[in-house]
Design a protein around this ligand. Structure first.
Ligand SMILES: [Zn+2]
Length: 103
């Protein structure tokens, strides 16, 4: 299997290291480099995943998942304002939930 992160960002040319990159029309770009403000709300599937994960979680896990879900719904209501920051922060928050969320 090729190492998909072994390349350069199509926007800034920086190395794609770590988990923080996405596909953009078959090109790879850093999450922070994608023109998020030009795309329609892209995180509906993430909201669905959070709802499903909430259903399967224990009470402590539910509280943590619900906090991310509330934050993400608030970001949806103002999209695309702060779009890039939302995308980067969402990755961080989902990673923070660890195994509570199956992505
Ligand atoms: Zn970049």
């Amino acid at each position: 299997m090729p190492d998909l992160a072994d390349g350069a960002c199509d926007v800034c040319g920086g190395a794609l290291v770590g988990p923080y990159w996405v596909h953009e029309r078959q090109k790879l770009v850093h999450t922070k480099c994608r023109a998020w403000e030009s795309v329609a709300w892209p995180f509906e599937a993430t909201l669905k995943t959070l709802r499903e994960s909430w259903s399967a979680a224990d009470p402590d896990g539910r509280a943590r998942i619900a906090a991310v879900g509330l934050w993400l719904r608030q970001r949806k209501s103002r999209w695309p304002r702060d779009a890039s920051e939302t995308a980067v922060e969402l990755e961080r928050r989902i990673a923070g939930l660890g195994r509570l969320v199956r992505t």
